[in-house]
Design a binder for this molecule. Structure first.
Ligand SMILES: NC(=O)c1ccc[n+]([C@@H]2O[C@H](COP(=O)([O-])OP(=O)(O)OC[C@H]3O[C@@H](n4cnc5c(N)ncnc54)[C@H](OP(=O)(O)O)[C@@H]3O)[C@@H](O)[C@H]2O)c1
Length: 268
């Protein structure tokens, strides 16, 4: 693990399920994070609430991480708290007041759910961590605007989806053009697009070279209005572009084949 820029010294973990960092054994702080040589105060560690009583859950996460506090504690999804979101948020406010988390927030909340929390919150969520990439931007636009207006930071995950899941999709052309103009990579252009939308990217890589590429993304020239518009327009066509007759025929053929196989094995 290597970090060399304060902006990037953030770790997004999920306990007890744990992704991002392994939190078994001596705990994250006692293990790989300590190897960075950075002081605890130089790191920003996030973890998320999944289930069990809230107070028990944060204490168990802190024990597993080997920490006295986390910088950010998020409700992983509205489903984690069900309909009694008010009691859950009161517990979260207590966690902040007790100093177990510097900030509290939510994740995967849509506009209505965020508005519901804001209605009852004494301490508003600092962050809403959502899936955000060019292909789902339109449906998140109102949420982004509302969050911005209320000082809630939008953290974006799965932003590299156009590259990792839909390579060659409609967004590919304007992203590649912007990358070529700057001598940057497509990943860096998507990161610049996230920044242009006022969000903070949460990403990951198992490769040192890619981590360096991510770090350098902070220094590339911001996207112009026309470059952003080109990406937004292309993404409006969806990840696989307009539905062509050829695509529909292919999908129908696959369905017929699956049905035929099902009937064959049913009567064999
Ligand atoms: N709140 C939530 O519900 C939630 C859900 C999902 C994720 N998250 C958070 O978001 C973080 C990022 O998650 P994500 O995977 O969805 O993020 P992402 O930023 O969209 O993708 C990162 C992945 O893309 C791969 N990648 C990057 N550039 C590539 C390229 N040019 N070609 C091929 N592969 C490339 C990386 O693989 P390599 O390892 O090969 O570099 C890495 O595994 C997670 O670690 C987690 O902290 C939160």
């Amino acid at each position: 693990m290597e970090t060399n820029h304060s902006f990037w010294n953030g770790f997004d973990t999920q306990t007890p399920g744990c992704y991002g960092l392994c939190c078994s054994g001596p705990g994250v702080w006692g293990g790989p994070v300590r190897e960075t040589g950075l002081a605890r105060s130089e790191l920003c560690i996030t973890t998320k609430y999944e289930s069990n009583p809230v107070q028990q859950s944060i204490r168990s996460s802190l024990a597993k991480l080997g920490l006295k506090y986390v910088d950010l504690y998020l409700i992983h999804s509205p489903m984690a708290v069900g309909t009694d979101f008010e009691s859950a948020w009161r517990e979260f406010e207590k966690i902040k007041e007790d100093g177990l988390a510097r900030s509290i927030g939510v994740s995967n909340y849509n506009l209505e759910q965020l508005q519901a929390i804001m209605k009852i919150a004494r301490i508003p969520p600092a962050v809403n961590q959502i899936k955000l990439n060019p292909y789902n931007y339109a449906q998140n636009r109102a949420l982004l605007e509302y969050s911005h207006k209320h000082g809630i930071v939008t953290e974006a995950y799965s932003s590299l989806t156009p590259i990792t899941k839909y390579p060659g999709g409609p967004v590919n052309t304007p992203v590649k053009a912007a990358a070529k103009r700057r001598g940057a990579t497509p990943d860096q252009i998507i990161m610049a697009w996230v920044r242009a939308k006022g969000a903070v990217i949460v990403t990951t890589s198992s490769k040192k070279t890619r981590l360096h590429e991510y770090l350098a993304a902070a220094d590339i020239e911001p996207l112009s209005e026309s470059e952003i518009a080109a990406i937004d327009e292309a993404s409006a066509r969806g990840p696989s572009g307009p539905i062509s007759l050829q695509n529909v025929t292919k999908r129908v053929a696959i369905c017929i084949l699956c049905f035929a196989l099902y009937r064959f094995y049913q009567f064999a």
